[in-house]
Write a new protein. Structure first.
Ligand SMILES: Cc1ncc(C[n+]2csc(CCOP(=O)(O)OP(=O)(O)O)c2C)c(N)n1
Length: 325
């Protein structure tokens, strides 16, 4: 994949850092609203996987299509979604992305080329591959990028979608977010393979595994795969190895995960990791870090107030907007 040279400028490093902090702070606000009883439904957080979601999301261009799953708020934000729209959606407001029909991160925004997932894991892979091929048929140089968890990668649609993508040389990138737990099932109970990216050999496409807590590495590998796909060289499978720093969702205390292991995860926090690195190399200073955090906190506070002040949907909207004209 070295044919495509990826340059990560200091500006881009700061952008990657800022977007990861934005994701973390937004999720913390969402959990606070959930605990206050204002959010109904599941809250699946990406604490620990921000480097994977943000690094991948920022590797896409505006014309590309993103197919995120339940832990990928960072990818929504990196693709251009606003904190306000995310909060309106979570709070089920009438002016939210699904006009109050749903709460949570299973949401789309076709203005930004974001297609959210249906709840059934894996079923969006063929849809994303179809989008990639369809856009190519329309003459567009567009790439589709889809996420799947390591647990979800055992679904049949994974094979069908990836095989079809490989045969068709589709402009498609599939990211396996291997955070080592599928709800409470640890990786060793789901797989005997060392790396899930090795499955790529069976499809005749490139497969890579990368440290999914290192945003610079993730960005580089995903960007190369995206540009390779755009150049007509076909799909790639990328496994990002990370961890969940919390439970499966806000209602799960992860009692089944060894406490010592959780402590080790905290030390590998992807945000702190990048912060220390950029601080050491002189790209980020203490005052700049403080300014970035203060601006994000202000943005999230304003978005929270605006979302809470927004009206709930009207009952008759429930039956509207369900079918294409
Ligand atoms: C086909 C299917 N089976 C089960 C579920 C219930 N479920 C939702 S998330 C989840 C865990 C998925 O684990 P993984 O794919 O590794 O992703 P992670 O949650 O770890 O990011 C399960 C079992 C589902 N949504 N779809």
């Amino acid at each position: 994949m070295s044919a495509f040279n990826v340059d990560i400028t200091p500006e881009l490093k700061v952008k990657l850092y800022t977007m990861m902090v934005k994701t973390r702070l937004t999720e913390e606000r969402i959990i606070a609203l959930y605990r206050q009883g204002r959010i109904v439904g599941g809250v699946y957080t990406g604490r620990g996987v921000e480097a994977t979601t943000v690094g991948s999301g920022l590797a896409l261009e505006a014309q590309d299509w993103l197919f995120p799953i339940h832990r990928d708020l960072g990818a929504h934000l990196a693709k251009g979604q606003s904190v306000l729209n995310i909060l309106l959606q979570y709070l089920g407001r009438g002016n939210g992305l699904s006009r109050g029909k749903d709460s949570g991160i299973h949401c789309s925004d076709t203005r930004l080329n974001i297609v959210g997932n249906v709840s059934h894991l894996g079923h969006m892979i063929p849809v994303a591959v179809g989008t990639a091929i369809g856009k190519r048929m329309q003459g567009e140089k567009v790439v589709a990028l889809n996420f799947i968890g390591e647990g979800g990668s055992n679904i049949g649609d994974f094979h069908e979608g990836l095989n079809f993508a490989a045969v068709q040389k589709a402009p498609f990138v599939l990211i396996i977010e291997n955070n080592h737990y599928a709800y409470s099932t640890p990786t060793h109970k789901g797989f005997s393979a060392k790396y899930l990216s090795d499955r790529a050999i069976g499809y005749g496409i490139p497969g890579h595994h990368v440290d999914g807590t290192d945003v610079l590495q993730v960005y580089k590998v995903v960007k190369e795969a995206v540009e390779r796909a755009r150049a007509g060289e076909g799909p790639s499978l990328i496994e990002c190895l990370s961890f969940r720093m919390v439970g499966h969702s806000a209602h799960d205390d992860a009692f089944y995960v060894d406490k010592q292991r959780m402590k080790e995860y905290e030390k590998k926090d992807p945000i702190l990791r990048l912060e220390h690195h950029l601080h050491r190399e002189g790209t980020l200073s203490e005052p700049l870090i403080a300014t970035i955090k203060a601006e994000l906190e202000e943005e999230i506070e304003q978005a929270t107030q605006a979302a809470l002040d927004s009206p709930l949907p009207e009952a008759h909207w429930a039956a509207e907007g369900l079918f294409a004209e």
